[in-house]
Design a protein around this ligand. Structure first.
Ligand code: PMP
Length: 365
């Protein structure tokens, strides 16, 4: 879908319509013959794939009369990106927004939400799922206390996966079909593989539906679960379980959200990635492709490369010219600039010849 030449009524109308970008240098480094394509969600106005979900959950709740401007207060437990989308919508539509955010999540997300006028409540991490202090439990308590409080609940709301079935998936399909007609690069003309990380599972579930219902029932959907989370199947992939102690944000969970499909036939296979392989993959996205993407984009790419390298099915795809492998890149690096891991990553690696030359030159001033 080409970016439309139009004037949008509000920022909400500009949500989505994100580019699909060839990751040729990474593909070449990994010896892949297939096309490796990144879906860059950081270009959405709120900076992530979750803008789509916030927008759709709000619009449908308004249609159903659950949300009433001037009366309702939006309360949401989130790892941040859904909160940014809700805060954007709240600013435009006039809803007060209260976001309940685990302590682990970046200060940049909190600052963005506050800048948009939302209130942010931080909750402790390292809790058991049945604790009364989880972000989900605290949001529920606030909903009871705050008059007009409504939780749209991205963990159970069918409009979370539906937002992706109706926008993310079709955008990917349209881009792959259109470019197979206009580009001289080899293409199967369809989306053969989709790889994405799991948080609520909304992206994977919705895109799987969009791909397999009509476009290509034989498409392979590869879900990436972070080590330390319990979402992957078979469950044996999740051992040993050492608690959700990883640094990557927005992914993983210790129980299956309703928005993550467990129906057979949609998600074909799971791979596990940890911080240890997500950060090098993120560095590849930055240094080889010039993409300012966030930590879970590294998980996504690491999962894709692992599947293409370590499974028979993946190796067959990797060796097939024109096969289209789409990797979801859920948000942008500007969400994480103040994180210690970002500083480590930005200064990592060998000094280039020009960096050495530069420091020698500067000494002479
Ligand atoms: N990456 C980031 C940075 C996110 O914020 C999220 C949403 N929690 C995801 C990945 C996972 O997306 P989903 O909730 O659709 O599984």
């Amino acid at each position: 879908m080409a970016y439309p030449a139009t004037i949008f009524d509000t920022a909400l109308d500009a949500i989505g319509q994100t580019p699909l970008i060839r990751l040729d240098r990474i593909a070449q480094d990994a010896g892949l013959k297939c096309n490796l394509l990144g879906k860059l969600e950081a270009t959405s106005p709120g900076g992530s794939v979750k803008d789509r979900v916030a927008k759709r959950m709000i619009e449908i709740a308004e249609e159903e009369g659950r949300l009433v401007p001037g009366k309702s207060v939006l309360i949401e437990p989130t790892s941040g990106n859904t909160g940014v989308g809700l805060a954007m919508a709240g600013a435009i539509k006039g809803y007060p927004v209260v976001v309940v955010l685990p302590q682990k999540m970046s200060i940049e997300k909190e600052t963005a939400m506050r800048a948009l006028g939302a209130e942010v409540v931080r909750t402790p991490i390292g809790l058991s799922p049945d604790s009364q202090l989880t972000h989900i439990a605290i949001a529920e308590r606030l909903r009871r206390d705050i008059p007009g409080g409504v939780i749209l609940d991205q963990y159970t709301n069918v409009n979370n996966p539906l937002a992706h079935e109706l926008t993310t998936g079709p955008e990917i399909i349209d881009a792959v079909i259109a470019s197979s007609k206009t580009s001289s690069r080899p293409s199967s003309g369809k989306v053969d593989v989709f790889v994405g990380p799991a948080g609520t599972g909304g992206t994977l579930t919705g895109v799987a539906h969009a791909l397999k219902k009509v476009h290509n029932p034989a498409a392979v959907v590869v879900a990436v679960d972070v080590k330390g989370s319990l979402l992957a199947l078979p469950e044996s992939l999740n051992t040993p379980y050492a608690g959700m102690t990883y640094l990557i944000e927005g992914v993983g969970y210790d129980e299956t959200p309703a928005t993550l499909t467990r129906e057979p036939g949609w998600i074909d296979t799971w791979v596990k990635t940890g911080d240890d392989d997500a950060f090098p993959a993120l560095t590849q996205l930055l240094r080889r492709e010039g993409l300012l993407v966030g930590g879970s984009s590294g998980s996504s790419l690491a999962g894709a490369l692992q599947w293409l390298r370590d499974t028979e099915e993946g190796r067959a795809v990797a060796g097939r010219e024109g096969a289209n492998v789409v990797v979801l890149l859920p948000d942008g690096l500007r969400n994480y600039i103040a994180k210690d891991w970002f500083r480590d990553l930005a200064t990592a690696g060998e000094r280039t010849a020009v960096a050495q030359q530069l420091s020698d030159s500067l000494k002479a001033y």
